[in-house]
Design a protein. Sequence first.
Length: 157
Amino acid sequence: MPLRADEVDIGLQFEPTELLYRRVSKDGVNSAGEFLPSELNTISFNKHIDSAPSVLRSAYSKPLDVIASDCAGEKDVSAWRVFAIAVDDLPTPVVAQDGRSFDFYPVHRPLPRCGAHSVISCCITGDKTRIYVVPPRSIKNALRTKLATSLKPVVIG
């Protein structure tokens, strides 16, 4: 059972080797169990940080928690697969064609029944305050491509 928000320390810093787990629909995996880049079409960034791509941090979760109903918004994702990436392996910075550079990093955003819930946030490279920004389409596409090659399957069992 996933930890609840009141059971985690929101101030705990992410370690470079900490894993970030993401669930992937069974349609998002090929017959060899590899992640299909088209699955990342579901990754979005909107005006608010909570719309950034969601993940669970391994400091407060196990891979099985990613498909638990408490962390899946009550929908049945029990047949989905789990993939992971280390914090240090997040593709960053990503440079736009116009020369602007964007950093991606995890932010812990616990949900009441899913304390490990986090998002992959975005800011302008060099912004020491890390104010959330919505990346341009070209950066979103570059991130999707880079994540597709970086996410690794996790065996649950």
